[in-house]
Design a protein around this ligand. Structure first.
Ligand code: PLP
Length: 392
């Protein structure tokens, strides 16, 4: 029996869970003294020269639609940027699509390639939207768990074990939200061979790639034989601190970009022109600002990981992103109960690992996109919670 009014809602939407993070942060918003380590966006405002580019564009009366694919000037800058930083090259006329964030790029990629019942392999714990986006495309999620023992990098053998007939897409995200996991080149090469063997399309969400702290970021799309079977998704939200601009892009073979463009043109039409102008400035002159923000994140990362380990919450070193993912084994509580209790008793918000999939049980996500001082205070409060909790 459907509840009243639910006869108007599609069955597969009724079945979708609400994002665990949203409910939790509705409570946090009502607690002004709380320190939130729950935020999934930079605490920096967009660098001034990028904001100024948007202001200038508005002043000049740039208020129109753009080409469905995005401004050609932006697509050319994207190509230059990925050539320089990812060892990839795409034709701006046909292989690059500007989207409303990586969120839209992922959604239209899945909708453009999946038939009902197709299966998508992805690694978990993962970004909250992956499983719902797959379900919304009438496809089936196939989970590959990652392990703290591997610092939450993906194990290609586990991908092979999880594979089943009907798998069409392998969805990857390195560095990973929420674990900060990355995967070494040798493992990416193994994954690439597996994708070729099983004829999988790879969708690679590389939104945190500028925030890789240790070692070099490698895109799977740059490995031999992979460009023709990979959709490379990237955007400006994290590295360039431009979440509110809602701007991202997809690069890939022209037949796939064309398919995505059809979904995009009938749903979004184009990304906002002011954001596209800002993105051009970001790519041309923004990398120094990104590097400064990255330096700050790295100091905060070292602090938060050290503090968690000092208080007995085992925490691996995230190699990228701005998230730490410590274990709460010590507290002997479920992740959601730990988060509620720490919020109520010490006014610190962290996100239960289960918000990122069942395999996140036993962990919490603590974002270090907040100031060094606030991280210090928040971790002191968590330590004091543990001292009280473990004593009683
Ligand atoms: N992909 C991952 C892994 C994310 O963590 C996020 C945001 O948190 C997104 C995509 C969405 O990015 P955008 O703001 O570009 O839509």
């Amino acid at each position: 029996m459907k509840n009243k009014g639910q006869q108007f809602v599609a069955d597969h939407v009724i079945g979708l869970p609400r994002s665990g993070i949203r409910d939790f942060f509705a409570i946090v918003a009502k607690m002004p003294q709380a320190i939130s380590l729950g935020i999934g966006e930079p605490d920096f405002v967009t660098p001034w020269h990028i904001r100024e580019a948007a202001i200038f564009a508005l002043e000049k009366g740039k208020t129109s639609y753009t080409d469905n694919l995005g401004l050609l000037r932006l697509r050319s800058e994207i190509n230059k940027y990925v050539e320089k930083n990812f060892n990839l090259s795409y034709n701006p006329d046909s292989e690059i699509l500007v989207t409303v964030g990586v969120s839209e790029a992922l959604d239209i990629a899945l909708r453009a390639v999946l038939n009902p019942g197709d299966k998508v392999l992805y690694h978990e714990p993962c970004y909250v939207s992956y499983s719902p986006s797959i379900v919304l495309a009438h496809a089936q999620p196939v989970v590959v768990e990652t392990d703290v023992k591997d610092n939450f990098g993906i194990d290609p053998d586990k991908v092979a074990e999880a594979w089943e007939p009907g798998c069409k897409v392998l969805l990857l995200n390195f560095p990973t939200n929420p674990t900060g996991g990355v995967t070494e080149k040798a493992k990416l090469e193994k994954l690439a061979n597996f994708a070729v063997e099983k004829d999988l399309l790879v969708i690679s969400d590389e939104i945190y790639s500028e925030l890789t702290f240790d070692g070099e970021h490698t895109s799977i799309a740059s490995l031999p034989g992979m460009k023709e079977r990979t959709l490379f998704l990237h955007g400006f939200s994290k590295g360039f601190a431009m979440t509110g601009f809602r701007i991202g892009y997809a690069c890939g073979p022209s037949f796939l970009i064309e398919a995505m463009m059809k979904v995009h043109q009938y749903s979004m039409l184009c990304a906002p022109i002011l954001s596209q102008e800002a993105a051009i400035e970001a790519l041309k002159n923004g990398l120094d600002s990104v590097m400064k923000m990255k330096e700050a994140y790295q100091k905060r990362r070292d602090l938060i990981v050290r503090r968690f380990n000092e208080m007995g919450m085992k925490c691996h070193m995230p190699k990228g992103s701005f998230y730490a993912f410590p274990s709460i084994e010590l507290a002997g509580l479920k992740a959601i109960d730990f988060c509620r209790d720490v919020l109520n008793k010490k006014e610190v918000a962290v996100v239960p690992g289960t918000a990122f999939g069942e395999s996140g049980e036993g962990f919490v996500r603590a974002s270090f996109s907040t100031s060094y001082e606030r991280i210090l205070e928040a971790t002191n409060r968590i330590e004091s919670y543990l001292n009280d909790h473990i004593k009683t």
